[in-house]
Every structure is written in C-alpha cells, then in structure tokens.
Design a protein around this ligand. Structure first.
Ligand SMILES: Nc1ncnc2c1ncn2[C@@H]1O[C@H](COP(=O)(O)OP(=O)(O)OP(=O)(O)O)[C@@H](O)[C@H]1O
Length: 314
C-alpha cells in the first residue's frame, strides 16, 4: 500500500453461517478524503466497517488500514481511528462532560491535555452550555454532536461513521457535513455509510454496495457519467397508464414518478431508447413529451442494483 492510501481492501469477505454479509469487496480510500458507502439496509456496510475497525475478523481477504494489516495488526490501529456507530454509543446517564472525560480516559490522554481538548470540543460542537446535562436528555442533533466529539477526542487520523445522520433533522445533517469537511481539510480521512443520495453526492469517492458486493465505485460525478443506462424523462397527462406501459417495455430498469413527470431508466443495450418509449406510448394512444436527460446518483444506484438483479433472474 502506498503512503497516500488510508484504507485498501482486497477481497474482504464475512460470512455469518449461511449468510454472506460481505462478499469479496475491493476498494481504496486516499488520505484526507471523505469516502462513502451507499447501500440499502443489509447491504453489508456496517459489517465492512466493523472489519476495518478490527472488531470483526474477516472470513476471507484482508485490508490495510493506516499501514497496518487487518486481520493481524488490528490492535495497532485502534488508537488511530474513531468509530461512531448508528446508535451513537453514548452513556445516557453520564453528563456531556463525563462522556468526554470517559473517552479521554479510555484513550489514555494525560489529564491536562484531556481538559484542554475537551474544552475545545465543547466549544466547537456547541455543547459548552450543556456540559452538566445528561447525555440521555439531549436532542438528536446534540447527541450526534456529542458522539462526534467523543470519537475525535484523541485526534484520530481516520474516522468511521456508520449512518451518522439517520436520527437527526435536515439542518443538523447539513451542519454535521460542514464539520466533516472541516475535519477532512485538516487531514482526517473519513469513511461514512449512508442511504441518503444527497449525502453520497457530497463524498469525494463512493462505493455502492448491494447484497454484500461493491457494484460501482468512483467519484459521484464520474459514476453519473459512466452509468450503464440511459435516462428518459416523460411528461404525460395519464402517468398511471404510462407508468404501466413503460414498465413493461424491454430493457426498462425502473420507472419513477416525480410529480407530473416519469423518470425512466433503460439498460444501455436498448439502441434507441427514445424511439422505443415513443412507440410504446403511442401504440396505447397516450399523449406525452419525452426527452433524454442526465443521470443522477439515484439513477446510478438503481442501474447498478437493478441490472444485477435482472441478470440474476435471467
Ligand atoms: N452478527 C451477525 N450475525 C448474523 N448475521 C449478521 C450479523 N451481522 C450482520 N448480519 C447480516 O449481514 C447482512 C449485512 O448486514 P449489515 O449490518 O452489515 O448491513 P448494513 O448495510 O450495514 O445495513 P443496516 O443499515 O441495516 O445496518 C445482513 O443480512 C445482516 O442480517
């Protein structure tokens, strides 16, 4: 692994009995970047993260994390990383301050350093006025800020954030992402899992996971450009009938309704998608307007997961 990579996974696999939760995944994360795992529930995001943190042993394959091999050197990385789980892992009956002191203690920070660092974090995360409040009584956004403060108390080089925004409102999500960019600008590498498309769009790099496999990876804009599908937007007065007709056309991967418009995703193998759609709708006597449009990340996600599903059915 070269020095510019924070994480490299090679054929990383984890089975739980008959279930293959993570299936030979490969990816590389450069230092000081925000890398996303985008995938639905059960796609293997948490299991992959737990293997990279050294909390779960891979069934097969290996990874290098900050220059250490996983499995094998898992102990060596624990002080260099921060791991924020979906449930924020706070002690609800300890105060904000006690939670941070506890984490500083776990990481063995000298008392004076810990005090300075905790004061900085309380200011940075806007929790100074609440230092004596029980963590359990904080709002979702405040708990999230405290959880991030807690996992960064020791100044980790690499942060693993497992669906960190699922329990907070849109404004807290935006603020949280601003903080991630600040950390990244100061050199922290961040791996964040999400099932929100808008969050995935903000990552420098991205792996789309589906049933334990990486089905696409790259920068979000690059993935949109490289998509293995064509996107057509259809406007029609009878979207219900049009939707039914379009769903049955050969090569159609998905039809999504957006207000009065339908967004149709077709496999690349369809040579003239506009003609196909026009012929299908005209045959049923439906009036419409259809045009080609650019792919977004949701289209990339649907194309990557649907075409795999259709190939498996064939
Ligand atoms: N300890 C375990 N024992 C058995 N099966 C497990 C275990 N942990 C995860 N799995 C299974 O592995 C698969 C992947 O789960 P994982 O939690 O990694 O997915 P995820 O993408 O993080 O989803 P979520 O967002 O719901 O956490 C699922 O089918 C899950 O039920």
């Amino acid at each position: 692994m070269t020095g510019s990579l924070a994480v490299a996974a090679h054929g990383l696999t984890r089975r739980f009995g008959a279930v293959t939760a993570v299936d030979h995944v490969n990816f590389a994360i450069s230092r000081a970047m925000i890398y996303g795992f985008l995938g639905p529930n059960g796609s293997g995001k948490s299991t992959t993260i737990r293997m990279l943190c050294g909390l779960l042993t891979p069934s097969e394959g290996e990874a290098e994390v900050l220059g250490h091999r996983i499995p094998g050197e898992a102990e060596a990385i624990k002080r260099k990383i921060g791991y924020m789980t979906q449930r924020f892992s706070l002690y609800e009956d300890l105060s904000v301050l006690e939670n941070l002191e506890f984490m500083a203690d776990i990481y063995g920070l000298p008392r004076k350093t810990a005090r300075q660092r905790i004061d900085q974090l309380l200011e940075k995360y806007n929790l100074a006025d609440r230092r004596r409040q029980w963590a359990g009584t904080l709002s979702g956004g405040q708990k999230q800020r405290l959880a991030l403060a807690a996992v960064t108390v020791h100044g980790p080089e690499l942060l693993f954030l497992d669906e960190p925004t699922s329990a907070v409102d849109p404004q807290s999500r935006r603020d949280f992402w601003e903080t991630l960019f600040e950390l990244c600008e100061k050199g922290t590498t961040i791996l964040v899992s999400t099932h929100y498309m808008d969050e995935a769009e903000r990552c420098h790099g991205l792996a789309i996971l589906d049933r334990g496999r990486v089905v696409a990876d790259g920068a979000p804009q690059e993935l949109e450009r490289r998509i293995d599908a064509t996107v057509v937007e259809v406007e029609t007065g009878d979207s219900r009938s049009a939707r039914r007709v379009l769903s049955e056309l050969p090569g159609v991967l998905s039809v999504t309704q957006l207000g009065m418009r339908l967004r149709v995703l077709l496999d690349r193998s369809v040579s003239d998608p506009l003609a196909e759609i026009r012929a299908g709708l005209a045959e049923r006597g439906l009036s419409f307007d259809a045009r080609l449009t650019h792919a977004n990340l949701e289209d990339v996600f649907v194309a990557a997961t649907q075409s795999r599903y259709l190939k498996a059915q064939a």
